[in-house]
Write a protein that binds this ligand. Structure first.
Ligand SMILES: C[S@@+](CC[C@H](N)C(=O)[O-])C[C@H]1O[C@@H](n2cnc3c(N)ncnc32)[C@H](O)[C@@H]1O
Length: 261
């Protein structure tokens, strides 16, 4: 965060608007965009530069293809990540060979309380820290993109009533390790089920507010234009939408919370 005395705030490219229209995905450095369902590097880049400082410890509950980790490397933050998908973990580790960044990438189910708490605690201890400075969670959007065939994979769940308590449990497992007055972000989109919108983002935001002692600091709407490479496909979706009654999802949410206790 910029401190009050910061002189060059006018030049800052940190986006404080609630609408993020990002033209193109950042493909620099290690960002390859090989993992279907990843987020664009600008999301962790913006959040990390706004809410953390050099050497801070960042927890990523659904690390996927390492987008947040690669940003942590660039920005010199330490990292504790989880993912169920061993293949993607191996890939990310191969990209990090020789990197100076201190990180832990655990292959585990974040809904599992015992394992998640133990892994976070031991990673923090190795960093000589008792708590983390930021947490990010980019879970599957129900079963819209299937990541693995594992039964613990949240992307196996089509029903929001089953998904929501599991995702809340994952947050409950890690949030005790986030220091008080620090921030966490959830990146999520809505989905269509049975011919109607399931506003997954709103359900998740509401559930977090009810369950945890947090302040909601931001509801950022981000376009998903920058995510989509295949322009040709967009015409098919437009054709289908016009011949039906629905809208094409062009946005997702970044909810930013401040942990109060
Ligand atoms: C939306 S992706 C995250 C993508 C990541 N932000 C990136 O940029 O690559 C969700 C990830 O959650 C993982 N996942 C799903 N269920 C999980 C669980 N119960 N525990 C840990 N990871 C899980 C999937 O394997 C997938 O990699």
């Amino acid at each position: 965060m910029l401190d009050e005395n910061s002189k060059n705030w006018q030049e800052s490219d940190i986006n404080v608007d609630s609408l993020w229209l990002i033209g193109e995905r950042d493909k620099s450095g290690k960002h390859r965009n090989l993992y279907h369902g990843n987020f664009i590097p600008q999301i962790p880049d913006q959040l990390l530069r706004r809410y953390t400082r050099e050497n801070d410890v960042v927890i990523d509950l659904f690390a996927g293809s390492g987008t947040t980790l690669f940003e942590c490397e660039k920005l010199r933050r330490r990292f504790i990540g989880f993912d169920l998908n061993l293949e993607i973990i191996d890939f990310v580790n191969s990209q990090m060979r020789g990197a100076a960044t201190k990180y832990f990438l655990h292959n585990g189910d974040v809904v599992n309380q015992e394992n998640t708490a133990a892994r976070v605690a031991e990673s923090l201890a190795a960093f000589d820290r008792q708590s983390a400075d930021f947490l990010i969670a980019h879970p599957p959007y129900l079963d819209i993109v299937k990541f693995t065939d594992l039964p613990e994979d949240l992307s196996q769940i089509a029903d929001i009533k089953i998904f929501l308590p599991k995702f809340m449990q994952a947050l409950a497992n890690a949030l005790p390790f986030l220091a008080r007055n620090k921030y966490f972000a959830v990146v999520i989109g809505d989905v269509y089920k049975k011919s109607e919108v399931v506003p997954l983002g709103f359900y998740v935001m509401d559930a977090i507010k009810r369950r945890f002692k947090v302040k909601l600091k931001g509801v950022v709407v981000k376009n998903i234009e920058g995510n989509r490479g295949k322009l040709g496909q967009q015409n098919i979706w437009k054709y289908r939408a016009l011949h039906s009654d629905y809208f094409i999802f062009k946005h997702e949410y970044i909810f930013v919370f401040k942990k109060e206790e």
